[in-house]
Ligand binder design. Structure first.
Ligand code: NAD
Length: 498
């Protein structure tokens, strides 16, 4: 381990950003932030509580009620968003370096995520000026049009996997539509989020529009969910946290968007291009350290090619390069945090009693410290196994055989989750019919997870509620007021006629 791994100018403390100023928590409390390669504290962050959320929401509400942002022309907001995208692009190396250091993600993948973050702003900058709304004419009687309005203070709660990119995914549409925001980033990874304030100031976002409170979910996150002046919560995280937030927001009847967990199937039929399927399903579960909501973490393989697939897959998984997150040749880095490492490792042990271990199965050689898990493959996993049913969120995959299309579909649908599905077949009819029948919010046919930003994103079942992506995000962050104008005779019976 060399010092060159540590980025220059790391902050020795990370503060909140409220009403245009960096500040500590009202009670002065902090929490430790760990380097996932050594698990040593490398900085502290302010631990926000209700008092800090109150300040942030008050600032965001003032900026919404009295500030220029909600009333600006879409083109004016769009210019600011394009400047944000330019700045993020120009700092992609720095962002990737910080993200990789804080989260343990391989640097090349962190760089891709930084560029995607810029693209999210650029996309919503374009969309907001192209936005058109319904107008209807009832000849001689009525015209109807839609007044689209920002809603107010949006509460954005994000997880630690690809933190900066997932924050941009919410910040882009929330800001484009004229809302003001309070962001509560994940407590495991506060580093890259601390860059937003500088980026937004430089791009000319008015004071108070963006506010950030660090802190634990049960403190800062909970206070944001329960704040009466926050009418919208966009949440990405675990399904169990989503359930809790849903209940906590119920008394306030808030708008909720929930992007939750997954246990997505990758279904490989015998007629598929086997090499392409192996490459894609290796990437699908081991990229981003396996800490990916849409990971294809259950691979279902047709019996006639099962042995060949498992052999090829296991051999390739063993070649996946585990390494230091900052090494550009690294394919799997260190998991984000020791608590998460313990969780993933416990599933590796459970897997040894539930399936046939064909690759990995523990700590990789040569990595004595930090949260390293070898790319791990279990074959012959039964559908009632915990490693088939439960989200592991690490570099661990379960492979299960099937012998008919019906069995493949039943296996694919046999979990509480329904985020993504990947189908590998060259039979056109089967591909489309399977896509229609599989319980998943998103399906990829003969493809890894590559998503155009215009398409809907979201899960079914325990994987989510509502859709974001493209104009659906615009819908979530705006009210659509219908205005009805009478053109003809007043259209009602006269009561109490003389
Ligand atoms: P998590 O649910 O533990 O935490 C997510 C965020 O919620 C964090 O900021 C946390 O502080 C906050 N939080 C926790 N408890 C809270 C509470 N009671 N009230 C308010 N906020 C609270 O999730 P995680 O471990 O950070 O992230 C991993 C999970 O996220 C996985 O399940 C993954 O599948 C999911 N995920 C889903 C998507 C998607 O788009 N569907 C994308 C990425 C990650």
């Amino acid at each position: 381990m060399t010092d060159s791994r540590i980025p220059a100018d790391l902050p020795d403390h990370i503060q909140h950003y409220i009403d245009g100023a960096f500040i500590d928590s009202v009670d002065g409390d902090t929490f430790d932030v760990l380097d996932p390669v050594t698990n040593e504290n490398y900085t502290t962050a302010s631990a926000g509580k209700k008092a800090d959320i109150d300040l942030a929401v008050a600032a965001a509400k003032r900026a919404f009620d009295d500030g220029p942002w909600p009333k600006m022309l879409p083109r004016e907001r769009s210019r600011v968003l394009h400047r944000i995208a330019d700045i993020v692009e120009s700092r992609d190396q720095r962002l990737a370096e910080l993200e990789s250091y804080d989260s343990g993600l391989p640097i090349t993948q962190a760089l891709g995520q930084a560029r995607r973050a810029a693209e999210n702003f650029r996309f919503f900058a374009d969309l907001i000026v192209a936005q058109a709304d319904d107008t209807f004419k009832v000849p001689g009687r009525q015209i109807n049009y839609v007044n689209r309005k920002p809603i107010g203070v949006a509460g954005l709660i994000t997880p630690w996997n690809t933190p900066f990119m997932l924050e941009s995914w919410k910040l882009g549409p929330a800001l484009a539509t004229g809302n003001t925001v309070v962001l509560k980033p994940a407590e495991f990874t506060p580093l890259s989020a601390s860059l937003w304030a500088g980026i937004f100031e430089e791009a000319g976002l008015p004071k108070g529009v963006f506010n950030l409170v660090n802190g634990l979910g049960e403190d800062a996150g909970d206070a944001l969910v329960k704040h009466p002046d926050v009418p919208l919560i966009s949440f990405t995280g675990e399904s169990s946290t989503g359930q809790l937030i849903f209940a906590n927001a119920a008394p306030y009847l808030k708008g909720l968007s929930m992007e939750l967990g997954g246990k997505s199937p990758a279904v490989v039929f015998a007629d598929a291009d086997l090499d392409a399927a192996v490459n894609a399903t290796i990437f699908g579960v081991f990229s981003l350290n396996g800490e990916r909501c849409t990971a294809g973490s259950r691979i279902l393989v047709e019996q006639s090619i099962y042995d060949e697939f498992v052999e090829k897959y296991a051999a390739q998984a063993k070649r996946v390069k585990v390494g230091l997150p900052n090494d550009p040749t690294t394919e799997v880095g260190a998991l984000v945090h020791p608590e998460h490492y313990e969780k993933v490792m416990s599933y590796v042990e459970i897997g040894k009693t539930e399936g046939r271990l064909v690759a990995g199965g523990g700590r990789p050689e040569g990595f004595e410290t930090g949260n390293y898990v070898s790319p791990t493959v279990f074959a012959d996993v039964y559908p009632d196994a915990r490693i088939f049913q439960e989200e592991i969120f690490g570099p661990v995959v379960a492979i299960t055989p099937f012998s008919s299309d019906e069995e493949a579909l039943a296996l694919a649908n046999n979990t509480k989750y329904g985020l993504a599905a990947y189908i590998w077949t060259n039979d056109l009819k089967r591909a489309h019919n399977f896509a229609g029948d599989v319980e998943a919010g998103m399906v990829w046919l003969n493809s890894n997870n590559v998503r155009d930003l215009r398409t809907p994103f979201g899960g079914v079942k325990a994987s989510g509620l509502g859709h974001e992506g493209g104009y659906r995000s615009i819908d979530f962050y705006t009210d659509q007021q219908a205005v009805h104008i009478n053109l003809g005779e007043v259209h009602n019976p006269v009561f109490g006629k003389q």
